[in-house]
Design a protein around this ligand. Structure first.
Ligand SMILES: CC(C)(COP(=O)(O)OP(=O)(O)OC[C@H]1O[C@@H](n2cnc3c(N)ncnc32)[C@H](O)[C@@H]1OP(=O)(O)O)[C@@H](O)C(=O)NCCC(=O)NCCS
Length: 137
């Protein structure tokens, strides 16, 4: 089955928290995310994404049959780097190894390059995060 990307909904919070409340996921992301990661944390994240500046933040739920299995976002950089954006993403551990991250990355990059003036998207996986490095090929 193919994954889709769509805007976040508040009632995605339980699925989001289920995916992110996992150190195998969190330890590969930036520092600063809480653990345990609760539904309250998830709701705050979704509300922040929904109220963010639509010209600078492009945040999507990754869904499989409309169930949220991950998250992907592209965030415009500041000042003279405003044509550049950083991408972050994760897939819930139960869904790893099915090509879902690779597909989500392609879909989001296509969306951003077609709909915005961003010309460069980068991600910064740890060098030991082979799956993430390969998903960016
Ligand atoms: C990294 C992550 C997003 C990959 O998601 P995924 O849906 O499993 O990735 P894909 O199935 O699209 O696989 C991507 C590539 O990695 C390879 N791969 C998948 N799991 C792997 C593993 N455990 N070890 C080595 N390679 C792996 C796949 O074969 C594929 O490479 P290929 O296209 O050359 O065959 C997922 O593991 C994850 O969310 N990890 C925790 C959070 C994270 O690391 N986020 C990214 C931060 S930069």
């Amino acid at each position: 089955m193919e994954i889709s990307i769509r805007e976040w909904r508040i009632n995605d919070k339980a699925a989001l928290a289920e995916n992110l409340n996992n150190l195998n996921v969190l330890n590969n992301l930036r520092d600063g995310l809480p653990y345990p990661y609760t539904e309250q944390d998830a709701e705050e994240f979704i509300r922040a994404m929904l109220s963010s500046d639509k010209n600078n933040t492009f945040a999507f739920a990754i869904t499989l049959d409309d169930k949220v299995i991950g998250s992907i976002g592209v965030f415009r950089q500041d000042n003279i780097h405003f044509h550049t954006a950083e991408m972050g993403y994760y897939i819930g551990e139960a869904y790893w190894g099915n090509g879902y991250a690779t597909s989500a990355i392609k879909q989001v990059c296509r969306y951003v390059f077609e709909h915005t003036d961003i010309i460069r998207i980068f991600a910064e996986p740890f060098s030991h995060n082979i799956a993430s490095c390969r998903a960016l090929h």
